[in-house]
Ligand binder design. Structure first.
Ligand code: BGC
Length: 725
C-alpha cells in the first residue's frame, strides 16, 4: 500500500439503494510506460475495469472483514492493460456491507446501510523516470450501473440496456484511512465449471436444470430473449418429496438472477453475487432451453488442496467428497455456516468444530489468519466474542461456549497444522480476555451465568422450537472453559510466559466439574448424555477414563446410534477410539440408517447436511426454519478419517508435522484405507490393506521429519522415507 493513502474516498451524490454504482475516469498516456499498478478497495464489493477489461480475478473483492476496523486493499499489476487513451471504471455493489451491523449503524465509519464507496490509486512509472499518480477524487464520474438491483441474499437484476440519464461527478467524503491494510486473505476465484446433467419438467410443470452437485457459485448462461422480457433463474439445493423445486429452506433469501432481455444475444454471469445451489428453475425463458447454454461456475477462496482420503467403502468415499464440497462451498472469504439461505455468516461455532478437518483438506493458514484478525477486531472490550465474525449482530454483553471458543481453538489448530507460532502470539490477549469474561460469569469453577447454544441440533432434546436443548449447558460451558484454559496456558508457555495461574484455575474447574456432574468416573444420571461423556473424555476432565468411556459406549450401543449435536459430534469417534471402543466408532461411521453420517449419502446428498435428517426417508423436510443442505459442521468427522482410520496424527509437541504419529485403527468392515496430507514439510501418507486376515501397512515420511509408528500397542521410530510393516 502506498499511493492509495493519498486518494480520496468517493461515493455517489444520489441515494443508492441495493444497486451497482460505477465510478470512472478517462486519462491519456503520451509517454513510454515501464510499469503501472492499481491499488483499490471499496466499501461494498468492487469490480475494476480498464478499457472494458476486468482487472484481476478476485470475485467479490475486497472480501469481507470487520469493515469498521479493517478494510483490505488489493494491488494489481495493470501495465499491459494501458493504451494511449484509457478509461478506468470501478463498479461497486453493496455485497456483504449491506448486512453488516457495523455498516448499518456506525454512520461515518462505514457510511449508510446500502451506500457504497470506492478508493483507488493508479501509479504509472514512465521510461523517462517520471511517475504519474491518478487517484480517486471529485474529478471522477459517477453513474448508476446496469445491475439495477444487487443484494447478496436476494440476487440481482441485470439490465444490459440500462443507461443512467443523470450521471454526475463523484462526491468526495472524509474517512479515516487507518482501517486500510494490504490484502491478508486468499482471493475468492472461479474454480470448476459444471454442465447440467439433466433438464427436468417437474410435476408442477416448471423447467428445472440439475447440475448434479450442490455447490456455491453462479450460472453463466447464453440468452437472447425478446426486448423487455424478464428472464428469471431461481436457485435451490433440493427438490421436494414430489420432485418440485423447493425453496422454503432459503427463508427470506430470494436467490434469483433476473436478466432483462434486449433482443440481442448475451453470455452473462453475475459480478456481485453467489448462490448455494444444485438446481436452477427457469422462468420467462423464451429461448430454446439447451444444456450447453448453461454452466454452473464454482466459486470459493483460492486455497490449495492438501488432503485426500479413500477406502474400500464407496459410501465413505462419497461422504468424504461431500465434506470437501462442504468446505469449498463455505470457504468463501470467511468460514460460513451455509451458502444459500439468508444467513451465510461466519458462525464461530461451526468454524471451530471444522477447522482441524479444514486444515488437513486444504491449506487454510492464510484464510484463517485473516478471519482470526477479524475475530480479534470484533471481540468486545469486555472479552466476549461475537457469535459471527465479521460481527453483524449488535455486540452482546455475553457469549456462548463452543462458539466463542473459536478464539482459542482456531489459533491453536493453525499453530498445530502449520507450526505458526505468530498466530498464538497475536491471539494471547484475545484468549485472556475471553477467559476472564468466563470467569466473571462463573461460580466456584462452574461457568454458570451465561446463555449458550448448547449441543446445537442434538437428538437428546433439541427441536425446531429450541435447538439448544439437550446436554446441560453449564456442563458444556465448563468443559469448554477447561479445554480453552489448557490451550491458553500452553500458548503462554510457548510464548515464554508463565501460565501457572491459568493451570491452577483450570484445576479448580476440573474439580468443580467432577463434583457437580460426575461420580466414580461416570456422568451423573441426570446429566448423562453421549455429549457429556465425550467432553469429559476428550477434554481430559475425567479421572477415570475407562469408566467414562464404558458409559459412553453403553449410551451408544443401547440405542445403536449417535445422538450428538454440534458440540459432541466432532469428538465422538475420537473419544470412543482413544479409549478402547474403536469398533463402536466404526459402527457409527458405517451406519446408514438415520441418524448417521451415511444416511444423507444414502439419500443422494452431494454435500453435508445441517441436520441428521434435513430430509427424511420419505423426502419430507426437518423444518423450513433452519434447514441447510450444505453445512460443514458434521463434516468434522474427516479429522477422524485422517487421524484414526488412516492414522495420521499430529504430534502436539512438534507441530507442523515435524514429527508424525502413525497409528491406524483397522476394522474388518474395510479392506483398505489410504490418506495423504501435503504438509509444509512434504507429503505424509498412510495406507493399509487387509488380505486373508493379514494387514499390510505403508507409511511415507517426508525429508527432515521423523515419525513414530504405533501398531498393536508397539511403537517403532522411523526417519524419512517409505516404510512397510
Ligand atoms: C447457523 C448455525 C449456527 C447457529 C447458532 C444457525 O442459524 O446456521 O450453523 O452455528 O445458528 O447456533
Amino acid at each position: 500500500m502506498k499511493n492509495i493513502l493519498n486518494a480520496q474516498w468517493i461515493k455517489s451524490f444520489k441515494t443508492t439503494t441495493d444497486r451497482e454504482v460505477v465510478f470512472s475516469r478517462k486519462f491519456n498516456i503520451q509517454k513510454e510506460i515501464v510499469s503501472a499498478s492499481l491499488e483499490v478497495t471499496a466499501l461494498g464489493v468492487y469490480l475494476a475495469r480498464i478499457n472494458g477489461e476486468r482487472v484481476g480475478d478476485f470475485i467479490l473483492a475486497p472480501g469481507w472483514t470487520s469493515y469498521k476496523n479493517r478494510l483490505q486493499v488489493d494491488t494489481y499489476d495493470v501495465t499491459s492493460m494501458l493504451k494511449d487513451k484509457n478509461t478506468i471504471a470501478l463498479g461497486v455493489a453493496p455485497g456483504w456491507k449491506a448486512f453488516s451491523y457495523f455498516g448499518r449503524h456506525s454512520g461515518d465509519s462505514c457510511l449508510g446501510f446500502n451506500e457504497v464507496a470506492a478508493l483507488c490509486a493508479l501509479t504509472i512509472e514512465y521510461a523517462n523516470g517520471e511517475t504519474e499518480i491518478i487517484t480517486s477524487g471529485g474529478d471522477w464520474n459517477c453513474e448508476n450501473g446496469k445491475y439495477v438491483y444487487s443484494h447478496l441474499y436476494n440476487g440481482y437484476i441485470y439490465d444490459p440496456a440500462y443507461k443512467d440519464i443523470t450521471p454526475a461527478k463523484a462526491q468526495v467524503f472524509a474517512k479515516d484511512k487507518k482501517i486500510l491494510l494490504d490484502r491478508q486473505g486468499e482471493k475468492v476465484v472461479e474454480h470448476e465449471r459444471l454442465s447440467p446433467v439433466e433438464i427436468i419438467k417437474t410435476p408442477k410443470g416448471e423447467t428445472v436444470l440439475d447440475f448434479g452437485q450442490n455447490m456455491t457459485g453462479y450460472v453463466e448462461f447464453k440468452i437472447k430473449g425478446e426486448k423487455g422480457e424478464r428472464a428469471v433463474i431461481s436457485h435451490t439445493e433440493v427438490l421436494d418429496a414430489e420432485g418440485n423445486f423447493y425453496t422454503d429452506n432459503l427463508r427470506s433469501a430470494k436467490a434469483q438472477a433476473v436478466f432483462i432481455c434486449d433482443g440481442k444475444e448475451h453470455i452473462h454471469k453475475p459480478d456481485y453475487n453467489f448462490f448455494g445451489f444444485r438446481y436452477i428453475r427457469l422462468e420467462n425463458w423464451s429461448d430454446e432451453i439447451k444444456k450447453e447454454n448453461f454452466t454452473a461456475i464454482v466459486v470459493h477462496s483460492d486455497m490449495k488442496r492438501t488432503g485426500y482420503f479413500e477406502c474400500s467403502d464407496e459410501r465413505v468415499n462419497k461422504l468424504f467428497s461431500n465434506i470437501i464440497w462442504g468446505q469449498k462451498s463455505n470457504f468463501l472469504d470467511v468460514p460460513t455456516d451455509c451458502p444459500q439461505r439468508d444467513e451465510r455468516l461466519g458462525w464461530t461455532g461451526d468454524a471451530q468444530v471444522f477447522i482441524k478437518t479444514a486444515s488437513y483438506n486444504y491449506d487454510v493458514e492464510r484464510f484463517f489468519t485473516k478471519w482470526l484478525a477479524d475475530l480479534r477486531a470484533d471481540q468486545t472490550d469486555w472479552g466476549t466474542v461475537p457469535h459471527v465474525i465479521p460481527g453483524v449482530f449488535s455486540p452482546d454483553n455475553d457469549c456462548s461456549a463452543a462458539w466463542a471458543d473459536a478464539a482459542t481453538i482456531c489459533p491453536w489448530q493453525i499453530y498445530q497444522t502449520y507450526a505458526n507460532k505468530q498466530i498464538l502470539e497475536d491471539s494471547l490477549d484475545s484468549m485472556k480476555n475471553y477467559l476472564e469474561h468466563i470467569e466473571s460469569r462463573s461460580d466456584n469453577g462452574i461457568w454458570s451465568r451465561s446463555w449458550h447454544f448448547g449441543d446445537w441440533l442434538n437428538l437428546d432434546g433439541s427441536s425446531p422450537e429450541d435447538c439448544s436443548k439437550g446436554t446441560e449447558k453449564n456442563l458444556i460451558a465448563t468443559a469448554y472453559y477447561i479445554y480453552s484454559s489448557a490451550i491458553y496456558a500452553k500458548s503462554l508457555e510457548l510464548c515464554g510466559k508463565d501460565a501457572s495461574e491459568v493451570w491452577a484455575k483450570r484445576e479448580k474447574s476440573i474439580d468443580a466439574f467432577r463434583r457437580e456432574y460426575m461420580k466414580d468416573g461416570r456422568i451423573l444420571p441426570e446429566y448423562s448424555t453421549q455429549t457429556a461423556s465425550v467432553l469429559a473424555l476428550h477434554f481430559g476432565i475425567t479421572d477415570n477414563a475407562a469408566e467414562t468411556a464404558k458409559q459412553l459406549n453403553e449410551l451408544v450401543t443401547e440405542c445403536g446410534h449417535l445422538k450428538t449435536g454440534f458440540v459432541g459430534t466432532p469428538y465422538l469417534l475420537h473419544a470412543l477410539t482413544d479409549n478402547g471402543y474403536a469398533e463402536t466408532a466404526y459402527s457409527l461411521l458405517l451406519r446408514e440408517e438415520y441418524p448417521s453420517w451415511l444416511f444423507s449419502v444414502k439419500m443422494g446428498a452431494t454435500t453435508v447436511w445441517e441436520h441428521w435428517d434435513s430430509m427424511r426417508e420419505d423426502g419430507t423436510m426437518w423444518s423450513t426454519s433452519m434447514n441447510s443442505f450444505n453445512h460443514y459442521a458434521y463434516g468434522s468427522v474427516a479429522d477422524w478419517l485422517y487421524g484414526d482410520a488412516a492414522g495420521i496424527k499430529l504430534d502436539e509437541s512438534k507441530p507442523g508435522f515435524e514429527h508424525i504419529i502413525f497409528a491406524p485403527v483397522t476394522d474388518e468392515r474395510l479392506t483398505y484405507v489410504k490418506a495423504s496430507i501435503e504438509t509444509r514439510k512434504g507429503l505424509v501418507k498412510s495406507e493399509w490393506k487387509t488380505e486373508n486376515g493379514k494387514t499390510a501397512y505403508e507409511f511415507t515420511v517426508p525429508e527432515g521429519t521423523t515419525a513414530t509408528v504405533v501398531l498393536n500397542g508397539e511403537a517403532t521410530e522411523i526417519g524419512a522415507g517409505v516404510f512397510k510393516f
